[in-house]
Design a binder for this molecule. Sequence first.
Ligand code: SF4
Length: 461
Amino acid sequence: MKEQSSEFRSKSNKIAFDQSHRQKINYNISKYDGAVLRGKKRFSNLELARQKAANLKHKSINQLDKLLVEFETNFVRNGGKIIWARHAEEAATSIVKLLEERSTKLVVKSKSMITEEIELNHWLGKKKIESIETDLGEFIVQLAEEKPYHIVTPAMHKSKEDVSILFQQKFDTPANSTPEEITAFVRNRLRSYFMEAGAGITGANFLIADIGGIAITENEGNGILSMAMPQCHIVVSGIEKMIPYVEDLDLFWPLLSTHGTGQALTVYNSIVTGPSQDGEQGPREMILVLLDNGRTRLMAKKRQRSALSCIRCGACLNACPVYKNIGGHTYGTTYTGPIGAVITPHMKDLNEWKHLSFASSLCGQCTEVCPVKIPLHELLLVNRNEAVVEGFIKGSEKWGMKSAKKVLGSRKLLDMAKASTKNLVLKYMFSKQWGNRRVMPRMAKKSFSQLWKEQQENQKT
Ligand code: SF4
């Protein structure tokens, strides 16, 4: 198998020059940019809101041990059950077991990145349990047998024409169907699945400690149907989604929607505190799978732990020049863009995924747009440093850096070699990294310091 970093490089190299991809991404992100800009103006003091949110998340992460216990006590008191999962496989197999015990053959899912993280559909497929994505974007990527492209807008890489062709191929819908026609088609098709599914699987945007409930935010109403229609509601959430009080949603809901899509509030916001009670309609069971999967490893890192504050709004992806050039699929991970580049090496394996932290111009746009003020571009540097300290850098690179330090730190050594020699060194040592699409710069015949010296001497004479 190709190693992750070379696969990333070769995919990036290809897609960055794909004009059609670039056009679709630029178009979709520009629409997003305009809406977010308008949305941000609704805050009387956005900076204060961001700072408050950052402080609250920081406090929650630092008190996670206490808040998780408080949450569990309240959630169980409300009638819910909790399964603690140490890693992805444990979470996925626990869900499969739950479904098998209930003889469930069909589940409906609402959009959730964490179920992508544990590759739930793959595990369900192995046991012949049909899993239907009910979010329109997720439905499209499932139909295309692809992974979500973006953490908020999974089908961002497809134009409306692409989607129309896909539906025509798969369902024989009329050519050139409009987005409205496709939406109506999917809505119609999903109705029976909601009615027949034995379980609904959702994620959670927030876990609320004081009421032992989850908060879900969505635009299509499919999340509500997924959790309300089937008899069993299974929630999958990372442990870091915790907030202390239900009142905190006052701050987080508008921040999330504004930075995610530019909306003042997402259309449907639900708080669920357990299964239905006697006399109520709704699922008789609510089971929450609480996943670690590397999060406690990340928490142990003094600097990088702040990345656990992420509320998955996707703003840093849209702001990132690297993401805009190479797109979501190139990363080969569930979480992409700057936040993915920061957390993936710790949630998976630093040596195998460190290249993501190096694939950045460090422009700082991601940090600037983050609603919870995660210093993303600084954390990329911390990751790079950690990779070097851990010895995960190639011997040739180490040697190159040492030599560069010695030569670049010495004027005498720099001026010793002729320009032609320097050009040869550049050509043989760096042409691979420089790539064949750019012309390697040529060194001037004389350095600035030589020219300066000459000028000074000429002035004396
Ligand atoms: S790191 Fe910040 S900007 Fe990026 S997805 Fe998370 S909350 Fe949004």
